[in-house]
Design a protein. Structure first.
Length: 318
């Protein structure tokens, strides 16, 4: 085992697009776990859009990363030392312990993983926060019916890709929106969406009209901006909008993002729009609870990884 712990720390608040100069690499002593804690060696780190908001320092639904602190992030790792009877050396676990090689963390905040069930990296993707966000949001909010039309922005992203595949399994017709021809080809060819619209189209509203001649039943919003501001006239019987993430300009303040989401909420889906408000309090692992929305960037669903929820998601994707 190494005797040092390499970390990535936030050096300063980014001005505009983050650059390497906003971060610092530092070596710290190897942490020593206390009673009830385990020492975890990181294997996989998830790099997620929500992190941009956490380093901005503006008011949000969660505490920002402090300057000089280790960057926040969810990690899959291996237990190298345990002072918690529920974990043994060699166990694989999921938790949020940041951009560092080693972490001493309370065992109660970890989820044990079984590599025989799925590749470990999927705990940060399709079986992690992105996949669970898609699963709960579509099941609790969207509720697509067979033959309905579901439109998904950022369709090539970690959340949108799963939303579309789950909607297909429900028998819905799936229309994606993605940035650029290459992404659209991948969404159609690899993910099997019925069609995908380039969000760089000169007239996005006309492209939506063409792709959805019978209207839209469920709209899954991952981006905000121009896509959320389209004319709601294309909606029909029971339009539902699930607002899942902050608008595309992550340099905007929390108030600006919230106003833009709320404007889209009013325009897109008056009959039923959820997930516009702040993320709910996070449940503990192993204690799944029903959610009513995704919040500003779906982080409120990141811990819905209870023993009942993960198997049901695996079943839905199999």
């Amino acid at each position: 085992m190494e005797n040092r712990n390499r970390q990535v720390r936030l050096k300063r608040r980014p001005a505009g697009v983050p650059t390497p100069a906003d971060f610092a690499i530092a070596d710290a002593p190897l942490p020593d776990p206390d009673e009830g804690e385990v020492l975890v060696r990181g294997i996989y780190l998830s790099l997620d859009p929500y992190m941009r908001g956490r380093i901005s320092g503006v008011r949000s639904y969660a505490r920002p990363v402090e300057v000089g602190a280790v960057m926040e992030g969810r990690v899959v790792g291996e237990v190298t030392r345990s002072r918690d009877p529920a974990f043994s050396e060699g166990d694989f676990v999921l938790g949020g312990y940041g951009w560092q090689l080693y972490s001493a963390v309370p065992g109660q905040g970890l989820l044990k993983l079984d590599p025989a069930q799925a590749p470990l990296s999927t705990a940060l993707g399709v079986l992690g926060m992105p996949g669970l966000t898609a699963y709960v949001g579509l099941d609790e909010i969207g509720k697509p019916q067979r033959g309905e039309t579901v439109v998904i922005s950022a369709a090539s992203g970690a959340v949108g890709a799963v939303v579309g595949q789950l909607a297909k399994r429900a028998g819905a017709r799936v229309v994606g929106i993605a940035g650029g021809a290459d992404k659209c080809r991948w969404v159609e060819a690899e993910l099997g969406f019925g069609t995908c619209i380039d969000d760089r189209s000169a007239d996005l509203g006309a492209a939506l009209d063409h792709a959805c001649p019978n209207g839209i039943d469920v709209y899954w919003e991952n981006v905000g901006g121009a896509q959320a501001d389209q004319d709601p006239g294309v909606h029909r019987r029971r339009p539902v909008a699930a607002f899942c993430r902050v608008p595309g300009d992550r340099r905007a303040t929390f108030e600006e993002r919230r106003a833009q989401i709320s404007r889209g909420h009013r325009r897109w889906s008056r009959p039923s729009a959820r997930g516009v408000h702040r993320a709910p309090a996070r449940p503990q692992f192993g204690q799944p609870r029903r959610q009513t929305g995704c919040g500003p960037d779906a982080a409120g669903l990141s811990a819905v990884a209870g023993r009942r929820t993960l198997p049901s998601l695996r079943s839905s994707l199999s």
